[in-house]
Design a protein around this ligand. Structure first.
Ligand code: FAD
Ligand code: NAI
Length: 469
């Protein structure tokens, strides 16, 4: 192969990991190719994840607000009527605009885009098999694996994307089910459960553990569950689904206590299986370069380097939170390391947001983690009930909680539940990235009246000088 057809970097997978890696590589002047089998760039996030789910969350929230909140503040409109076909079209139009934007970014940064399935075929070689079966071989000084993840299947429950769906099916239902059972009280289950509840479904969430959203600060998760219950969600915690039988009258589920015991039956029009995601490496040719995945299927890495020289991996396919912005951080750091720069990601500073109403957002350690670490700590907490902007907007559920080192005042974790807190967690990320103390934020002027004042007041609470009431 001629020298000019040898790529500095070949990236397999066109999601947030892959396309951000491609952009950064292009910016740094590396000769770059990206290989994506879906036929569209953007990966899970843009096509069947973050973006379509947020489009439906936004639209369904407006629908519910128009139906239930307008009259209270003196806006009299006829009861809103759902046009699901139009809602789905608007969602798809947004997705298409975003994925086209990614394609434009590839051109702008001189990245060559190959449509097809990428397989590593030994050191420095990637074959691309197009949809027509044609195969071409690319030579690469560096290969970056960014093949992402897929839904974890639930034994005994076969997804047909009609009556039993995973997240992809739940983003495109053709009618609002009367009843929906969500298996798994994680982020997908609660976000997509919210969408269909707002549009009219009776939603029951079946969760294996005795709490919702494992990984979330427990005090916050307890408040979150209380709010969701008030909205009409039903929860069956400490329960497992052992079988699902689709039929003309819906899906009949067999449930059992997680610890074993008497079975019970539950019927629903639609069942959403959302029990987690697992790394995707099918047909990737890892064996050709001697890479073995770990027992859960993740590609082991150290600073994004795999066991094979010249092969790197980023995003959902490696350990760490399975989030788009984490994949993006991995991407930039990995490419900078390839280019001889100093790339680094601090996973303790990757924020999480659940885009329900109210939203939940956090960064850093949970109170349980801080307690377990043995570090002496202080907390400051401020409820939205006492925040003037939240009060005038009639959105008073939730709070902000700061956890700071008792000796140094360094912020260790911040947890928020409330309206639009996903937009407010960023200032805490900056604070923590600079090793900030709660007093740094407490002494920073915030605009009034805003919800962000609750963040400042919670920081003030660490030293007991909260002022607003
Ligand atoms: P992916 O986005 O999965 O991209 C991998 C790509 O690689 C895919 O397009 C796949 O087709 C392609 N591919 C795989 N194998 C090959 C191959 N051999 N050859 C060529 N191409 C291949 N995260 C957030 O941060 N915020 C959110 O709000 C959010 N919402 C979500 C909602 C849902 C319903 C779901 C399912 C996920 C959500 N996520 C969210 C998670 C987010 O989508 C992922 O963390 C993110 O997409 C991971 O990026 P990635 O690049 O590692 O992988
Ligand atoms: P998750 O890991 O968030 O939650 C899965 C839930 O299912 C857990 O509560 C778990 O205990 C439960 N569970 C596991 N096995 C079960 C079983 N057999 N029966 C009943 N419950 C069971 O996974 P989820 O919701 O599928 O989402 C996958 C990932 O996608 C998330 O971890 C997150 O990284 C990403 N995501 C992020 C979003 C965001 O940032 N807003 C939105 C949606 C997804």
């Amino acid at each position: 192969m001629a020298e000019d057809s040898i790529f500095d970097v070949v990236i397999i997978g066109g999601g947030p990991g892959g396309y951000n890696a491609a952009v950064r590589a292009g910016q740094l002047g590396l000769k770059t190719a990206i290989v994506e089998s879906r036929g569209v760039l953007g990966g899970t996030c843009l096509n069947v994840g973050c973006m379509p789910s947020k489009a439906l969350l936004h639209a369904s929230e407006l629908f519910e607000t128009a139906g239930h909140e307008f009259a209270n503040i003196g806006i009299e409109v006829p009861a809103p009527k759902l046009n699901l076909v139009q809602m789905m079209k608007a969602k798809q139009d947004s997705v298409t605009a975003l994925t086209k934007g990614v394609e434009f970014l590839m051109k702008k940064n001189k990245v060559t885009y190959f449509v097809g399935r990428g397989t590593i075929a030994g050191a420095g070689k990637v074959t691309v098999t197009g949809n027509d079966g044609a195969v071409q071989t690319l030579s690469a000084k560096n290969i970056v694996i960014a093949t992402g993840s897929e839904p974890t299947p639930l034994p005994g429950v076969d997804v047909d994307q009609k009556q039993i769906v995973d997240s992809t099916g739940a983003l495109s239902l053709s009618a609002v089910p009367k009843s929906m059972v969500v298996v798994g009280a994680g982020i997908i289950g609660l976000e997509l459960g919210s969408v269909w509840r707002r549009l009219g479904a009776q939603v029951t969430v079946v969760e294996f553990l005795d709490r919702i959203t494992p990984g979330m600060d427990t005090e916050t998760a307890t408040a979150f569950q209380k709010t969701l219950t008030k909205q009409g969600f039903a929860f069956k915690l400490g329960t497992k689904v052992t079988a699902a039988k689709p039929g003309a009258k819906g899906v009949e589920l067999t449930l059992e206590p997680a610890a074993g015991g008497a079975q019970e039956k539950l019927t629903a029009d639609v069942v959403l299986v959302a029990i987690g995601r697992r790394p995707y490496t099918k047909g990737l040719g890892l064996e050709s370069v001697g890479i073995a995945t770990d027992p859960r299927g993740f590609i082991p890495t150290s600073h994004f380097k795999t066991q094979a020289p010249g092969v790197w991996a980023i995003g959902d396919v490696i350990l760490g939170p399975m989030l788009a912005h984490k994949a993006e951080e991995d991407a930039v750091a990995c490419i900078e390391l390839i280019a001889g720069k100093a790339g680094h990601v601090d996973y303790n500073l990757v924020p999480s947001v659940v885009y329900t109403f109210p939203e939940v957002a956090w960064v850093g350690q949970t109170e349980e983690q801080v307690k377990a670490s043995g570090v002496a700590y202080k907390t400051g907490k401020f409820p939205f009930m006492a925040n003037s902007r939240a009060k005038i907007n009639h959105e008073t559920d939730g709070f902000v909680k700061f956890i700071a080192d008792a000796k140094t005042d360094k912020v260790l974790g911040v947890h928020m539940i409330g309206p639009q807190v996903g937009e407010m967690v960023g200032e805490v990320c900056v604070l923590m990235a600079f090793g900030g103390a709660s007093e740094d934020l407490a002494r920073t002027c915030h605009p009034h009246p805003t919800r962000s004042e609750a963040v400042r007041q919670a920081a003030m609470g660490v030293e007991n000088w909260t002022m607003q009431a």
